[in-house]
Design a protein. Sequence first.
Length: 401
Amino acid sequence: MNLLFNLTAVQPIHSAKFHGGGSYGEVIFWELVKRGAKFSCAYDSHKYLDPAIREACKQKDIPLFDISVQTPQKIIDANQIDTFYTPLYSLEKKWAIDVKDFIFTWHGVRALEMQYSWAGVGFAKKLGQKFEALVRYRESWKKHFYKPKYQELATRMAASAKEGCGKRVRAITVSEHSRASIKSFFPELMDLEIPVFYSPMTEYEPEGFLPPGTTAKKYFLLTSGARWEKNNLRAAKAFDELVGMYQSQGKSFDYKMVITGATNTRAYLRHLKHKDRFILLGYVENKELEFLHKNAYAFVFPSLNEGFGYPPLQSMRYGVPVAASGTTSIPEICGDAALYFDPYSVSEIKNRLVQLLDARIYADFAERAPKRYAQVHARQAEDLEKAVDFILNPDGKASPL
């Protein structure tokens, strides 16, 4: 086996420097390094790449091929690559490559599931991002761009599964929701085996300090504030209404809301009345984010679409109660350890915040949280081993590296 690993999947996408698919890819990368696997990597020198990964490639003699110099296909052809793995599938034409064994993690079909919203334009900062937000998730764009691209992939997968096919296209996915969604949109894959391996995550030890004006256990936390799909604006509006509700009754309410990754603060502040109750942070380092999770009163996860969903687990690890969207993969991952709401309803999100302010309900979900985290974490560890076996061993058997 001559394996090429797609490191561009762990580099920034759209407006996000850090993203779930990237975190997933990093864990897979480090597990391959840990096993002493022999492989090379494709990356983009024009984008950020974790220095630790660069150093590991240098120390372990893992070749780095720059796709800004050569196309992925030219890299494959020039280096006799027979196996390609990407932890995040890309619809860009340059990644529709020809190789003996094409392996990828299919996190889901968000592009087909999502409803269009003008909100994306308000969150975009650069002109190119605004244009993309104008068309992304529109029904016409799904029909003429996303669906044909995914259909081409599904057709390749179905064809490769037939006996006698010389080239293979193999997929794994990260939740039962994602597997069902893939098969629902592409019925030709209904009988095809697509293993579900829960998305692994890196555990960071909390390190840092609270932002000025905040106190431990006195703030609600939201993350990924740069991406409108995470739906944080509705949660912010719900909290804003909650503050106003307490004030109208002359009652004390000393909680705040912290939103990380909120690179476009105007997208939030222009909709809020009680601006002093919001702490809008840019991107924070992993250990600092972990510190914020640990010290939050509660974590709110209003995301409109997830293939897996790491953030609730990060809070559950510390016994921090969670209120979350009752959609896509989120209930599967959070189980009975989260209070669920309709992510499109500001009033229902506010309802759950009110519930979390009830001492009895709060204590119940604080107790459930670490138990659920332990259950999912145990499966993540087992499934990481299975996922890497799937990548390295085409026949599903243990083979020497």
